[in-house]
Write a protein that binds this ligand. Sequence first.
Ligand SMILES: [Cu+2]
Length: 118
Amino acid sequence: MRVLFRALIVLVAAGCNKAVTETEAAALRVVTVEANAFSPNDVTIREGGTVRFSFQGTAHNIIFTEQPGRPENIETLLANTVEERDFPVAGTFSYTCGDHRNMTGTVTVAPPVPGDDS
Ligand SMILES: [Cu+2]
């Protein structure tokens, strides 16, 4: 009986870990574009999710590394502008500001969790 009880605890704990992972892979993340960094410069979203780039300060742009499934680049935008990009394909997508090559960021798009229909 005690062994069965322990097995139940392990199952419940595993269920909790899965829930945390799904929460971290959000449908929408906001990246602030400011002088001279993307903040945060590493975000994770679920497949089909959206990243909202909020431009602050001086003009910047976003150039994604060439690869299948990457979104369209964002041309140079001034402060107080918001631009969104959807990521329908799982993978890791790097980007940089063409005007400030030291500004770099990464969007990790997590594949769907098996058995999760939401
Ligand atoms: Cu820039």
